[in-house]
Design a protein. Structure first.
Length: 251
């Protein structure tokens, strides 16, 4: 039975996008999970970056129960979330040339590491430069973006390129231009964005793949447990002790 309410329509739209992501991105998800597992097995470190609301999906895979303990947030001051005031400053900083290079030059990212970069449009200078600079340093880059933006918008990077052009693996979120799934005659603008739902699901699918890939090689995945279950803190303490040199969010 169809639900014609706005809430029902949003769920239908989100579910349809999730199904597309599952079916159409399966090969890329497998490749991305394998890349992360390769990095862990080879002694590398894992990082995730997203600006604005794209940072939500990055934060979702860092220091997360059931997630890989080695995933670190690569933070850029002023663009991680909407806590900066005014919030519009974050959007402006995404268009600043040179910011990504300055951040990476002072970050622990190095040759042999892996960096997940999340940017819905993939058009701003910050994610494009971040990918270019990271690869120049010898890191592998996984990009999570809506590929459609590259054909319907103009790049804001001096090269004229997009995030998708500088990644080892690209995960396409399938989100339409504008990131709003619903319209109503009584409302002048489209509304109800679904990019966070889909991007978070894509990344958790990648993390699950990475964990299983490590286990298949006989390597126990460095997973965190919830601190709200008995024994969780003790478990996590042992993981932190074993992998402390590859975990930066505790420093």
């Amino acid at each position: 039975m169809s639900d014609s309410t706005p809430a029902g329509q949003f769920f239908d739209a989100a579910i349809a996008l999730l199904q597309r992501a599952r079916d159409e991105e399966a090969e890329n998800i497998e490749a991305a999970g394998t890349l992360l597992a390769d990095t862990v097995a080879d002694g590398g470190r894992l990082f995730a970056f997203g600006a604005g609301h794209s940072s939500l999906a990055a934060q979702d895979i860092v220091y997360r129960a059931g997630g890989l303990a080695l995933m670190n947030l690569l933070a850029v001051p002023g663009v991680v979330g909407v806590d900066v005031m005014p919030a519009t400053l974050g959007s402006a900083l995404e268009r600043v040339d040179g910011l990504a290079s300055a951040v990476l030059d002072s970050s622990p990212l190095r040759d042999g590491d892996a960096l997940v970069i999340i940017s819905l449009s993939g058009r701003n200078a910050l994610p494009v430069e971040m990918a270019m600079k990271a690869r120049a340093l010898g890191a592998r880059v996984i990009g999570v973006t809506s590929v459609a933006y590259a054909s319907e918008t103009s790049s804001r990077h001096v090269s004229g390129t997009y995030l998708k052009d500088h990644c080892d693996i690209v995960l396409d979120s399938k989100i339409a231009i504008g990131d709003a799934e619903l319209t109503l005659d009584t409302i002048p603008a489209p509304f109800a964005p679904a990019s966070t739902v889909v991007t978070a699901a894509l990344l958790q699918a990648v993390m699950a793949t990475a964990a299983a890939s490590l286990a298949d090689r006989g390597i126990e995945p460095p997973l965190l447990r919830s601190g709200n279950v008995d024994g969780g803190h003790d478990w996590n303490g042992k993981v932190f002790e074993k992998y402390g040199d590859r975990i930066f969010y505790r420093q």
